[in-house]
Design a protein around this ligand. Structure first.
Ligand SMILES: [Zn+2]
Length: 330
């Protein structure tokens, strides 16, 4: 099914390095917002840059329409071409600030004409659906002042990122009709868009974008480079094929032995996805001669337990015994 909203970012890829990457971001936080926290719930607001912002870039053989950055608040920059394309299409639900490219490490890029770049801050809004999104913390309500969701405090046994749900589900009737937007009722700086923006990117051949459906699972979001918006095939695959497609659990477990890093990693991802189905294939590997195989199977089984899949306590004990010597060595 075609998704309604997409998460937008850069498609930076360390192995290809075709496009530049903003490895350092300098700027001043917006000083015109005097109030840095909500007066009712006390939580801080999303920070925003304004005025001067400089970015230093590395890598790249050609300038792209999006440059990813290491800045949390400034996730990516867009080129002048993208900015005017959006505005010509009547999309204006964002603020934008010109960015100075202060340093270009790539010698190839230094001699090429350089586009102007901008940092954007969307003003459109849609809320997360607090019922359909499976938060691991209880939602207590909504702040009457800033309208963000209020959660129970994170229990000490839960590591900080464990409360993040596997999928974010937007609540369609809270959409304000904007084509560039952010979630309204949570803090976070993900930039979202509608299909209209994705189609503009396709039409104008904007480079280095990555679009993913907003409700994709976290694991898929990490392993998949996104919708092939420039590809010949249209409509494209809106979601990635399952990582475990084409082989059964036993076959994937066999592929864990592969010394080819790509094949080995594909097997890890497939087995992560297969969960309870993979347990019978992984348990015998805890006694394998090969140390890497023992560790892989132990870690996968321990991962299932964290994901609340039922694994027998006796098996978990064996897994811990396999992993323990390693953590003691550190
Ligand atoms: Zn509040």
């Amino acid at each position: 099914m075609k998704p309604t909203f997409f998460r937008v970012r850069d498609d930076h890829n360390y192995s290809q390095r075709r496009f530049p990457w903003g490895h350092a971001v300098y700027g001043t936080l917006d000083a015109e917002i005097p109030q840095r926290a909500c007066s009712a719930c006390g939580r801080g607001f999303r920070t925003r840059y304004a005025g001067r912002l400089s970015v230093c870039t590395e890598y790249g053989r050609e300038w792209s329409d999006v440059i990813g950055t290491s800045g949390n608040t400034v996730g990516f920059l867009i080129s002048e071409r993208v900015l005017s394309g959006l505005r010509d299409a009547g999309i204006d639900s964002f603020e934008y600030f010109e960015v100075e490219i202060a340093e270009v490490r790539s010698q190839r890029l230094r001699v090429l004409p350089q586009p102007r770049y901008y940092y954007i801050s969307p003003t459109g809004r849609i809320d997360i659906d607090p019922v359909r999104t499976e938060f691991k913390l209880r939602v207590l309500g909504t702040c009457g002042e800033c309208a963000r969701l209020l959660f129970e405090s994170i229990p000490p046994e839960l590591s900080p990122d464990r409360w993040i749900p596997d999928r974010w589900i937007p609540k369609l009737d809270t959409w304000d009709g904007s084509h560039l937007l952010q979630f309204g009722n949570i803090s976070g700086s993900d930039v979202l868009c509608t299909e209209r923006v994705l189609l503009l990117a396709r039409e104008h051949r904007w480079t280095n974008f990555r679009f993913q459906p907003v409700d994709i699972s976290r694991r898929d979001s990490i392993r998949w480079r996104g919708i092939d918006y420039l590809g010949k095939k249209w409509p494209p695959d809106w979601y990635p094929a399952p990582a475990s497609q084409g082989k059964n659990a036993a076959e994937w477990a066999t592929q864990l032995r592969s010394r080819d890093p790509e094949l080995h990693w594909a097997a890890i991802e497939a087995l992560q996805e297969l969960r309870e189905e993979a347990i019978p294939a992984l348990v015998p590997l805890l006694d394998a001669d090969d140390e890497r195989l023992r560790l892989d199977s132990a870690r996968l089984l321990l991962y299932y337990e964290v994901e609340q899949i039922e694994v027998a306590e006796s098996i978990l004990d064996r897994c811990r015994a396999v992993v323990a010597p390693l953590s003691q060595a550190k």
